[in-house]
Design a binder for this molecule. Structure first.
Ligand SMILES: Cc1cc2nc3c(=O)[nH]c(=O)nc-3n(C[C@H](O)[C@H](O)[C@H](O)COP(=O)(O)OP(=O)(O)OC[C@H]3O[C@@H](n4cnc5c(N)ncnc54)[C@H](O)[C@@H]3O)c2cc1C
Length: 409
């Protein structure tokens, strides 16, 4: 009988295991990825691991997309500063980059994983998949593995992650265990993901990366998100940092009409852009309308733009009327791409949805449905934008659960 059984050796599971060991608990970590624990950690931040966001809790919370209030206690108890101090004390010097993103100075996610393994070095690591929780008289007493092994424990932590990047091991199997304990699962969906569009123009412009554009996400015509940055056209639709951030604002894509509207020239107001077009077209009067767009739009966008603009591509720039120039201004300021589906979970950075937080104590991460059971990390219905926020959520909820489990010893 171990004090704490941690199911899932990802970011949250390893942090909880380390914190519980540090409090003197005996800990078993059950991990089913044959490559070992922490496989997703290794690919975070493009292999550099954006460990946390160097911000205080008040600054942090607006970046949490769902159930930020639930995280209030755990984040105050273990804020980003505490995570940074812990990693530095574990021998991972950190640096803070643009947007308060914190990385290891070595730029190696593997160093973060090694530090966590070190933190949890007193834990026993068992390879296997949790198939069933052992629940006796409403109390969770551990789990049974796919090999039929019984792992009994005073406390059990479900830290099995979400459904995104299942190749790393987070295959959604933890939701079944949570359901077995009586929990409600808010439908998981990919988030921080690409967006699928039926607009054939996306495929035609595949590979085109737009820098310094403004993306406004509209839901049934209402703006939900608007930011400036980089977006990418792909064979299936849209991707890139702006699109990933916008995706976290999509709630029910089947029920609503979502449109990504690009302002291709955010630094120019409509009048300035109109005047610029007038100058360009006057200077390039003998060029075709499409040719006259050379300085305005990237190569692969021009034929698509001319089609959307609706002028004869062979018309001379000098013949473009005021109305046509105004229509081009509108096109550049409101380039619309309808999106009809979220990108696949195989490539989504996080999962929105998960264990309903109303059934979990926000201070201790203890289940309100089943004694002896705790949750940490992405299995919970909490998610945030990019910038180190999601790992910080894993660290803070894991610390809260380990502390509470230690109180149960
Ligand atoms: C490509 C990519 C880049 C990212 N970069 C960043 C970043 O730089 N900064 C940031 O803050 N966030 C980043 N994230 C998000 C972050 O990685 C996750 O939010 C975080 O890993 C969640 O931690 P977790 O422990 O809850 O889940 P996971 O890290 O997914 O760990 C869950 C573990 O549980 C195991 N498991 C699942 N089911 C079972 C079972 N039944 N039995 C046994 N084991 C099981 C899995 O194999 C896995 O090891 C990134 C995500 C991706 C996909």
């Amino acid at each position: 009988m171990t004090d704490l059984l941690v199911i899932g050796g990802g970011a949250a599971g390893l942090m909880a295991a380390g914190a519980a060991c540090a409090r003197g608990l005996t800990v078993t970590v059950l991990e089913h990825n044959p490559k070992g624990p922490g496989q997703k950690l290794l690919i975070t931040g493009k292999g550099r691991c954006n460990v946390t966001s160097d911000s205080d809790v008040r600054e942090f919370l607006p970046y949490v997309r769902h159930n930020g209030r639930f995280l209030y206690s755990s984040l105050y108890a273990f804020p980003p500063a505490a995570a940074m101090e812990l990693f530095e004390s574990l021998g991972v010097p950190l640096k803070t980059e643009r947007g308060r993103r914190v990385f290891p100075q070595s730029d190696r996610a593997a160093d973060v994983l090694a530090a966590l393994r070190d933190y949890a070095h007193d834990a026993e690591f068992v390879r296997g998949s949790a198939k069933k929780l052992i629940i006796e008289d409403g109390v969770c007493k551990g789990a049974v593995t796919d090999r039929g092994e019984t792992l009994r424990a005073n406390s059990t932590l479900l830290a099995t992650g979400g459904i995104s990047y299942p190749a790393t091991g987070s295959d959604g199997s933890g939701y079944k265990l949570a359901r077995q304990a009586g929990h409600t699962i808010v439908t998981p969906q990919p988030s921080l993901c690409s967006l699928v569009s039926p607009d054939p123009a996306c495929c035609r412009m595949m590979g085109l990366s737009l820098r310094n554009v403004r993306l406004t996400l509209l839901c049934d015509g209402k703006p939900l998100f608007s930011e400036q940055g980089e977006a990418l056209f792909t064979h299936f639709g849209l991707s890139g940092p702006l699109v990933l951030s916008a995706s976290t604002y999509i709630e029910d894509i089947a029920k609503h009409e979502y449109v990504c509207e690009f302002d291709l020239k955010p630094s120019l107001d409509e009048k300035t852009l109109y005047d610029r077009l007038t100058r360009d077209f006057a200077a390039l009067g003998s060029h075709s309308a499409q040719g006259a767009l050379a300085k305005l739009l990237p190569n692969s966008m021009r034929p698509v733009a001319v089609e959307k603009w609706g002028v004869d591509p062979a018309a001379k720039a000098a013949q473009i009327t005021r109305e046509q120039k105004q229509a081009l201004v509108n096109l550049c300021k409101h380039w619309s791409v309808r999106v009809t589906a979220l990108g696949d979970k195989e490539h989504a950075v996080i999962t929105a949805g998960g264990v309903d937080v109303r059934e979990v104590d926000p201070k201790t991460m203890a289940s309100k449905r089943c004694e002896g059971l705790y949750f940490a990390g992405e299995i919970l219905d909490v998610d945030a934008r990019t910038g180190g926020y999601n790992l910080q959520i894993a660290w803070a909820t894991a610390q809260a659960a380990a502390k509470a489990a230690a109180g149960c010893k």
